[in-house]
Design a protein around this ligand. Structure first.
Ligand code: NAP
Length: 331
């Protein structure tokens, strides 16, 4: 191989996330300097956070991707050349490699992965989704057995793990997802106690029926109309972990938020969090997650697209809800 195919971001999104934002470029194969390694990428993770990274927003938790540069993403690969003392040819590694076949790295932020582990499982469970679920559930929401938790985006990568962890710890778990298939999956396959299709009618009645003792924990991944209805049913000293608001990532105007009188009346704790603040705690988060996985308590499904260029149409699947599980591009 003498060339490296890369995909650059060339325009800021205006409500859609299709191929018009990208260009495919064939570059010469990069060479490595002392202290560097060359990784051949096998799998890339697609994540809703990328929508924010493509925007021009400079006030977010991470700078935007510069126009004309390789689109940012995390992924898995194999070291094919190494001038780095800690990495050898053949090592399986995970890192921020971007939308490209080969990536040069100085080794910073790169982790070795057990080559025996299924790559889809690594990206679906032990990477961002699992770390986010553990951080948000245990360190932000602080669940107790017997409490009621509701999670939005419940059939998604993060939400499905949040619900299963909470279920395993003895909480009543209700998931909010789009459509009958996803609602069936979280109840019948994952063991949630109930599901609400946020696209259906009479959400308030469905919520009341499924949370007869109110709601102690709200793990928020989506925003939307149901957000206020959930906050209205929170119990005293309830906790809201604000992880994501995907419905607002492309909305012209955000919906008005919940009634803040509830925050006082119910003495709620509402906390937003972003994983880049917590990545240095990855070993501890994985240590917390691993026993649940080992005991077979965490199921996942991966939605795998084929070929580097499929990434350009992949992001939009998040907005239409067509992704069934963790979106991964296999190169
Ligand atoms: N704070 C952090 O550090 C952090 C880290 C990772 C992820 N996140 C956030 O967590 C959320 C979930 O991420 P994920 O990777 O697990 O993605 P995901 O849930 O696997 O995929 C996104 C899902 O969002 C749902 N959705 C899209 N538009 C919606 C709308 N208008 N209203 C309600 N739901 C909508 C769709 O499912 P339906 O078919 O059910 O609509 C879609 O499948 C995102 O908001 C993401 O930004 C935050």
């Amino acid at each position: 191989m003498t060339t490296n195919t890369v995909i650059n971001l060339i325009a800021r999104p205006q409500g859609t996330f299709g191929p018009e934002l990208f260009e495919v470029e064939t570059k010469p194969m990069p060479s490595i300097a002392p202290g560097e390694l060359l990784v051949k990428q096998s799998h890339m993770s697609l994540d809703p956070a990328m929508m924010g990274w493509m925007s021009a927003d400079t006030e977010s938790y991470i700078p935007p991707v510069a126009l004309g540069s390789v689109m940012r993403s995390s992924g898995l690969g194999t070291v094919v050349e190494s001038n780095h003392p800690d990495f050898a040819v053949g090592d399986r590694v995970m890192g921020m490699f971007g939308w490209q076949e080969y990536a040069v790295s100085a080794g910073v932020g790169i982790h070795k992965i057990d080559p025996q582990l299924n790559p889809e499982m690594v990206l679906s469970v032990f990477a961002l989704p699992g770390l986010t679920a553990v951080q948000g559930l245990f360190n932000v929401a602080k669940p107790k057995a017997g409490e009621t938790l509701i999670v939005t985006g419940a059939a998604g990568s993060v939400g499905s793990i949040v619900g299963q962890l909470a279920k395993a710890d003895g909480l009543r778990v209700i998931g909010v997802a789009g459509g009958a298939e996803k609602c069936d999956w979280i109840v019948n396959e994952l063991g949630f106690d109930g599901a609400i299709d946020y696209k259906s009618e009479d959400l308030e009645t469905q919520l009341a029926d499924l949370t007869p003792n109110g709601i102690d924990i709200f793990f928020e991944n989506t925003g939307g109309e149901i957000q206020s209805l959930i906050v209205n049913r929170m119990n005293a000293h309830g906790r809201v972990a604000v992880c994501g608001l995907i419905s607002e990532y492309v909305a012209a105007k955000p919906l008005p938020g919940p009634d803040w009188l509830n925050v006082i009346k119910k003495r709620l704790t509402i906390q937003g969090f972003t994983m880049p603040d917590h990545l240095q705690h990855t070993p501890a988060l994985l240590e917390k997650l691993a026993p649940y996985v080992a005991q077979g308590k965490i199921k996942y499904r991966a939605h795998v697209l084929q070929g580097l260029e499929s990434a350009m149409t992949g992001i939009d699947l998040f907005l239409t809800g067509q992704n069934k599980g963790k979106l991964i591009v296999e190169l």
